[in-house]
Design a protein around this ligand. Structure first.
Ligand code: AMP
Length: 282
C-alpha cells in the first residue's frame, strides 16, 4: 500500500491505474478507523481493482470548533489498518493540500440537506460536499462507499453527484455495530465508562420501536422512542424523525410507520451520537 500526501501524486496514481482499465473505488473517511470503516474498505476491495481510502479530518464540515479540536486522530494506526485491509492507497493530505485557498463554493443540495443534521449543523453538508467533490475529482472514482450510519449524508452525496454531474456510483453499506448494539463511531472513544454503559440503549430502543411498527402510526412510534430516550438521565435527545428514505421528508404523525427510516441524534454529555433504523414496508 502506498501512503500519498499530495494531490499531484494521487492524480498520478489514478492515471496509472486508469491506464490499466482498473475500476477505482474510493472510501472517504476522517480516520480514527474502526470496523465500520473497514467494512467499507472490504466491500470496495471485493468490487474494485484499485482501492483508495482517504483519511482527512475536514475542517469545513465542522460547525463546532470544539468538535474539530477534540476529534480523535490516529494517522499511523489508521495506515496500518488500511495496509492490513488491502487498500492500494491511503490518501492522507494536510489541510493546506486539500484547501490551498479557501473553498467558497456553495452547493445546491436541495431539501435533503436542509432537515435534521442540515438544520442542526448549519454549513455541515456544504462542507461535506466541498471535500467529497474534491475527492471525486482527484480520484475519478468509479464507485464510492458510504456507511448507512450517516443515512442523510448518503442522500446529500447523491444530490451533490447529480448537481455536479459526477459519474461516480454511490454504494451504501450497512451499519456495523458493537455486540451490544451501539453503532461504531470514532466519537465513541470520548464516552466515559458510565456513558458507554448506557449508549447501547439508543439502538435497543430503536429496535424495540420496530416491533409491530407497521400496525402503529408514525406519531405513536415517535412517542415511544422519545419517551424511552427521555427516561435515561445521561441522555439528551436532539431529534428523532421518521422520514421517507429517499426524500427525507418527515412522515405525518397519522401515517402508518412503514417503508421509512427513523433518524436519531442523542447527546451524552458533550458527545453527539447519531443512529438510525429502517421500518420495513407493509
Ligand atoms: P467518518 O470517518 O465518520 O466520516 O466516516 C467515514 C465513512 O464511514 C462514512 O461513510 C460513514 O458513514 C462510515 N461509517 C462510520 N461508522 C460506521 C459504522 N458503524 N458502520 C458503517 N459505516 C460507518
Amino acid at each position: 500500500m502506498k501512503i500519498i500526501y499530495t494531490v499531484n501524486e494521487l492524480r498520478r496514481a489514478v492515471r496509472d491505474a486508469k491506464s490499466n482499465q482498473s475500476v477505482i473505488g474510493l472510501v472517504p473517511t476522517m480516520g480514527a478507523l474502526h470496523q465500520g470503516h473497514l467494512s467499507l474498505v472490504a466491500r470496495a476491495r471485493k468490487e474494485c481493482d484499485f482501492v483508495i481510502v482517504s483519511v482527512f479530518v475536514n475542517p469545513t464540515q465542522f460547525n463546532n470548533p470544539d468538535d474539530l479540536r477534540t476529534y480523535p486522530r490516529s494517522e499511523e494506526a489508521d495506515c496500518e489498518l488500511l495496509r492490513q485491509a488491502g487498500a492500494d492507497v491511503a490518501f492522507v493530505p494536510s489541510v493546506s493540500e486539500m484547501y490551498p485557498e479557501p473553498d467558497t463554493r456553495i452547493f445546491d443540495l436541495g431539501k435533503v440537506a436542509q432537515v435534521m443534521e442540515g438544520a442542526m449543523r448549519p454549513g455541515h453538508f456544504n462542507g461535506v460536499a466541498q471535500v467529497v467533490s474534491k475527492l471525486f475529482d482527484f480520484t475519478q472514482a468509479d464507485r464510492a462507499y458510504f456507511g448507512e450510519k450517516d443515512f442523510q449524508q448518503i442522500a446529500v452525496i447523491r444530490a451533490m453527484v447529480a448537481s455536479e454531474g459526477f459519474k461516480t456510483q454511490i454504494v451504501p453499506c450497512p451499519i456495523v455495530r458493537e455486540s451490544d448494539g451501539l453503532a461504531l463511531s470514532s466519537r465513541n472513544v470520548r464516552l466515559s465508562g458510565e456513558q458507554r454503559a448506557v449508549a447501547p440503549r439508543i439502538h435497543a430502543i430503536l429496535a424495540e420501536s420496530c416491533i409491530g411498527a407497521n400496525e402503529k402510526s408514525v406519531g405513536e412510534v415517535k412517542q415511544f422512542v422519545c419517551d424511552g430516550i427521555s427516561a435515561i438521565e445521561a441522555m439528551r435527545l436532539e431529534y428523532f424523525e421518521i422520514v421517507n428514505p429517499t426524500t427525507l421528508e418527515s412522515l405525518p404523525d397519522d401515517a402508518p410507520c412503514s417503508d421509512a427510516v427513523g433518524c436519531i441524534t442523542v447527546w451524552l454529555g458533550d458527545v453527539r451520537l447519531i443512529d438510525n433504523i429502517k421500518y420495513s414496508a407493509l
